[in-house]
Design a protein around this ligand. Structure first.
Ligand SMILES: [Cu+2]
Length: 201
């Protein structure tokens, strides 16, 4: 009995020394900033991401979702880690036909009605344009990235990427309407790197 308590004591002691050290090692840093554009409405839906991050990354088990509602793809821009699955829903009372004509990833889900969900896997790093065969005004983008360190700007152009391993990286920005751009950013453990990105045509 005495020995058992002693071993528990040792385990608790070892954990209290080792665990805080581990947490510190994985604290990571943040990149926080904003995208500025001449036209205010282009600030939204910009994908900001890190390039050439070492390591291999496992896509999430849960599926992402793109809904088709009121003849619109929701969301309009969806950044995902390569290998991710996306469920394409139809919440409208009319049929839709999602397809992608992009060179690096083309598919056609066929025509389907309300309540049906079809799933597609995105296995290549590229920007995939989504269109609808029934409604020519519908369009959206799945931005497939090779690491999980990305964010999408809100309407005010701000974004935050969290839990980044410390290091110096190339931070890139993709916009549907504006020219892609990148800059060098250094991330420190527990630090917040502030950046501003100015996108132009
Ligand atoms: Cu449609």
């Amino acid at each position: 009995m005495k020995r058992k308590f002693m071993s528990i004591g040792i385990i608790v002691l070892v954990c209290s020394i080792v665990l805080p050290g581990l947490q510190e090692a994985f604290a990571g840093g943040k990149i926080s900033g904003s995208v500025d554009t001449q036209r205010a409405r282009y600030k939204k839906d910009v994908v900001v991401y890190l390039k050439n991050v070492p390591g291999t990354f496992t896509p999430p088990a849960r599926h992402y979702a793109v809904d088709q509602k009121d003849l619109t793809f929701i969301p309009h821009v969806l950044p995902v880690l390569v290998g991710s699955k996306v469920d394409f829903k139809n919440s409208d009372n009319v049929n839709h036909n999602v397809f992608a004509p992009t060179k690096c990833k083309s598919f056609n889900l066929g025509t389907y009605g309300k309540g049906v969900v079809k799933t597609e896997t995105f296995n290549k790093v590229c920007v995939v344009e989504l269109l609808c065969n029934v409604h020519s005004e519908m369009s959206a983008f799945v931005v497939v990235l090779d690491n999980p360190y990305f964010a999408k700007t809100g309407a005010d152009g701000t974004f935050t990427i969290e839990n980044i391993p410390p290091g110096t990286y190339e931070l890139a920005a993709w916009s549907e309407k504006l020219k892609a751009k990148s800059q060098t950013v250094t991330v420190t453990d527990g630090g917040v790197a502030k950046v501003s990105i100015n996108l132009t045509r």
